[in-house]
Design a protein around this ligand. Structure first.
Ligand code: 8YV
Length: 323
């Protein structure tokens, strides 16, 4: 039997590229360049499966008047707000993602950002590297304590819960959770979390707010100027979810005018472009979408994406079908 022809749109960890080659007739992206719309459309017409990432253009319009050969688009990543899910479905293409394997890793990074923003770690590092450190003094680069403070988590799915565990058990934080649906009381009880009904209920009560909801149109600019204004002036916002969840221009304004104290961001509205105003803000910690960037997790994401297409070509429904 001939092996299905599959395309890896970006370079993957070596071990999973090898595993892919044992199962499929694989085409690699040796130059590791992001794919544009035209290339993606051509790929969907040539390959049996395309293994895409967040950097590929698979937005609305990708599937219009397409005659796809591919029947599956397996995303290497859990978030899929960059994919036109309805368009793919209409074109007869199954879309899968890679949930679970990156929960701890992403929560670790959210905690990293929270701590960096609270303790001004980015600013401090920049000062040392610039040779501007004048030595210890009681009032130098004063941050804010974390232990015992209140953390609001917007989106209490698997990653939000992993964040709650870190904050609660590691730092004795009080957890407020906001989620579209009612969270199982046993899950809330594990970290003593209290669910609130709305984002408006949550924001004014929190010292830190961490976003763990999906991206996409429904949550675009969920954090806008009004909601930023309702946060404490000492509050810190952390975003490891998706860039579009935060109105970046409003955030810049809030950081520059002292409406909030700081932000830790791993995702941006127009990656890899970062709002010029954010770059000017000393009170913003900015990371280049590193949420899932550990060796272990990136391998597990690859294994999960391969499993999805294996299941698909065996005629089964992939575990992680999202449309
Ligand atoms: C991924 C992510 O690495 O999985 C996600 O949703 O945000 C990242 O951690 C990225 O999306 C790769 O496609």
């Amino acid at each position: 039997m001939t092996k299905p022809r599959v395309l890896l749109t970006r370079k993957w960890p070596e071990s999973v590229e090898k595993a892919a080659a044992e199962l499929f007739d694989v085409t690699y992206n040796i130059e590791d360049r992001p794919m544009g719309r035209a290339e993606m459309r051509a790929a969907l017409e040539i390959y049996d499966a395309v293994l895409a990432t967040v950097t590929d253009d698979v937005k609305v319009g990708t599937f219009t008047n397409l005659k796809p050969k591919a029947r599956i688009l397996a995303n290497y990543g859990v978030g899929f707000s960059h994919i036109d899910i309805e368009g793919a479905r209409a074109a007869g293409i199954t879309v899968t993602n890679t949930p679970n394997v990156l929960n701890d890793c992403t929560a670790d990074l959210a905690m990293t950002l929270l701590m960096m923003a609270a303790r001004r770690a980015g600013e401090g590092e920049r000062e040392v590297r610039a040779g501007k450190w004048a030595g210890w003094r009681p009032t130098h680069m004063i941050g804010t304590s974390i232990t015992g403070k209140t953390l609001g988590i917007i989106g209490f799915g698997r990653i939000g819960q992993a964040m709650a565990r870190r904050a609660h058990f590691g730092f004795g934080m009080k957890i407020l959770a906001q989620s579209r649906s009612a969270v199982d009381p046993t899950i809330l009880a594990e970290t003593g979390a209290v669910q609130v009904d709305t984002v408006e209920d949550l924001l004014p009560q929190c010292d830190f707010v961490s976003l763990h909801c999906p991206g996409g149109a429904a949550n675009r600019h969920l954090i806008n100027a009004d909601r930023l204004a309702s946060m404490k002036s000492t509050g810190i916002l952390v975003n490891t979810a998706r860039g579009e969840v935060v109105d970046e221009a409003a955030l810049v304004e809030a950081l520059k005018t002292g409406l909030i104290a700081g932000a830790g961001l791993d995702v941006f509205e127009e990656e890899p472009k970062v709002h010029a105003g954010l770059v000017e803000c000393e009170n913003a910690v900015l990371l280049p979408h590193l949420g899932s960037a550990t060796r272990e997790t990136r391998v597990n994401m690859g294994i999960r994406a391969l499993k999805n297409i294996e299941q698909f070509f065996e005629g089964a429904e992939p575990d992680d079908k999202v449309n």
